[in-house]
Design a protein. Structure first.
Length: 320
């Protein structure tokens, strides 16, 4: 069992967002210069962040949805200043900063039958592509056609999960070991989802645009499945290492690390049980440190050692 750090460090910075209700998501943009927050007050707020991330200056309010906003996501800057949001009102909205501090909704998707719980932009190599996970059990993939702001191709995958889908994350575009092999590797298009059925699924998109479940992963997952709702999934960024890595967490208070070397089967490693339900996961930019947020207010950082064992690096107790 890992030992929690006794003298937990204080956060680098904290500030009052002026939201009038619970904050559900906070996301930095690609350069770490802007921060987007969303809340049950149905508003998205944009803040400018100082270089040392100690100062946060209010930039814009977006009256975004008709219900609580669960998540926001920044697009890659090659597409401009673009932000997506999803809400309990069943809608996914895409926002664009048309001039300084002025945001306009350029696209809305409203074909889900229940709350849209999670969104994730694909790697920029795949184009401007957004995956959405809904409580109706479906996944939608929305792709900008490259013409007008409102020209998007919409693909809906019904019954992706039983009961509902809670989380979605894209694989890095670079396939494993692509930076260490002399021959150019094809760009991979894949994503992982987690649902209320306690299942984690990998989906691959073929050259024809068809979204196909990865049966190899599903066969392995059956032997090490979560026993409660899967709350989050996160595919680790690629830094040229010859391995794919996915983290999943659930209401069973467990975090699982799934890894696959080229040509090998997926392998699961379980972290020690947590004291509370685990809600969110986030990888470092290098993909070698995993941040885990639980319902008891603790954020813990984990890293894999040379012996392939995961160890606790640090713990921050937000409730302290």
């Amino acid at each position: 069992m890992a030992t929690m750090v006794a003298n937990a460090p204080a956060p680098a910075a904290s500030f009052d967002t002026q939201h009038e209700d619970m904050i559900h998501d906070v996301q930095l943009d690609y350069y770490g210069k802007r921060l987007a927050t969303c809340s049950s007050d149905r508003i998205i707020k944009i803040f400018d962040v100082s270089p040392d991330q100690s100062q946060h200056t209010f930039s814009a309010n977006i009256q975004a949805h008709e219900g609580p906003i669960w998540q926001v996501a920044w697009a890659h800057p090659k597409f401009g200043s673009i932000l997506a949001s999803c809400s309990y009102d069943r809608k996914v909205c895409v926002w664009k900063e048309v001039q300084a501090q002025h945001w306009t909704k350029i696209y809305e998707y409203a074909d889900h039958q229940s709350s849209v719980n999670a969104i994730s932009f694909a790697p920029h190599e795949l184009g401007l592509k957004l995956a959405c996970a809904s409580a109706d059990g479906a996944i939608s993939i929305l792709t900008w056609k490259g013409t007008g702001d409102n020209a998007w191709e919409e693909k809906l995958l019904p019954n992706a999960h039983q009961i509902g889908c809670n989380a979605v994350s894209w694989a890095p575009a670079a396939s494993p070991a692509s930076s260490t092999t002399p021959a150019p590797s094809p760009v991979q298009a894949a994503l992982v989802t987690g649902g209320c059925d306690g299942v984690v699924k990998i989906w691959k998109i073929n050259d024809a645009g068809e979204v196909i479940p990865d049966d190899n992963f599903q066969n392995v997952y059956k032997d090490s499945a979560h026993s409660g709702w899967v709350r989050d999934v996160a595919w680790a960024p690629s830094v040229g290492l010859p391995v794919q890595t996915i983290a999943s967490c659930a209401e069973d208070k467990m975090v699982m690390i799934w890894s696959q070397a080229p040509g090998a089967s997926w392998v699961c490693k379980r972290l020690p049980p947590f004291e509370a339900v685990v809600w969110r996961l986030s990888w470092s930019l290098a993909g070698n440190v995993l941040a885990i947020s639980a319902a008891d207010g603790k954020v813990t950082l984990w890293k894999e050692g040379l012996d392939c064992e995961w160890r606790l690096l640090d713990s921050i107790n937000d409730g302290a």
